[in-house]
Design a protein around this ligand. Sequence first.
Ligand code: HMG
Ligand code: MG
Length: 304
Amino acid sequence: MMPSRVTLVDVGPRDGLQNEKEPVATAHKVELVQRLQAAGLREIEVTSFVSPKWVPQMADNAQVMAGIARAPGVRYSVLTPNMKGLEAALASRPDEIVVFGAATEAFSQRNINCSIAESIERFAPVVAAAREAGIKVRGAISCALGCPYQGEVSADEVEHVVRLMKGIGVHHVGVADTIGVGTPRKVQAALERALEHFPLAEVSGHFHDTYGQALANIYACLEIGVHTFDASVAGLGGCPYAKGATGNVATEDVVFMLQGLGIDTGVDLDALVDAGEFISAQLGRPPVSRVGRALLAKRGKVFV
Ligand code: HMG
Ligand code: MG
């Protein structure tokens, strides 16, 4: 059942940077995207077209999209929570958009200021317009393994939103552990619900590593055949509306594990480590990625 190839979506430029308090220069965001594509990433989540009052770090969305020199075969995605976001995003010619809902009412309210049902109503015209424009649509489901406000989340609650997303026509569904509390069997149970409604290639996992479970959770997904994962270079990331949640699983760590398993990702680990070192230096701290730090130490780099 284990896949022979895995697709990694690097969400570092978006999820990784959205939570940074100090503004990150647009040029550094652009360079990060360039480095990721040079390292072999074929799917990159670049930015989000959300309210700059809610997430100031993403206010330069159009400039970042305009600044990247696109490489053939790379899919550039952006987050669009509503029609206003989609209309702004269209001018930037994304290959894919992401509508993002939640498995719990409390997180939906905190993150996008509306109920689950209202979010689906808002997403419906966004999905329709994107499809009309020939743009792929991903639906992300936050708090699928636990919620910072409501606690436990059941697979039934996840499946409820999976069905709603399917009903409005998203092509792909991403099951997200926003606060990193999921463990392997629970993750399998949640993903299996998504697989009842979407084919294997259109279900992905998005695991924040707050409790150190993300690699185990990815392995558990591989066991059931899932072969698409979000990850964030250098382990950057967090959600402004999930306090204390740390970054996504580091792309370097995932690539290292997959290489050990003989699973192809198309990613050049050394170049990826360089990208992680680059962005971490801009942020003034060492990479969170264990693999990144280990390989940099091997090259003689000393972290103080
Ligand atoms: P709202 O306040 O309910 O929206 O926010 P509104 O429609 O009432 O508009 C209020 C103001 O925002 C107006 O401006 C609008 O023009 C403006 P004003 O008249 O006050 O000057 N506005 C916008 N501006 C730019 N772009 C837009 C936009 N929409 C409205 N698209 C809204 C609703 C969804 C906009 C807001 O709640 C928001 O921006 N939330 C973003 C939250 C966010 O980005 N969270 C992080 C990403 S999700 C995540 O990290 C989870 C994920 O990684 C998976 C996981 O780990 O779980 C994906
Ligand atoms: Mg996230």
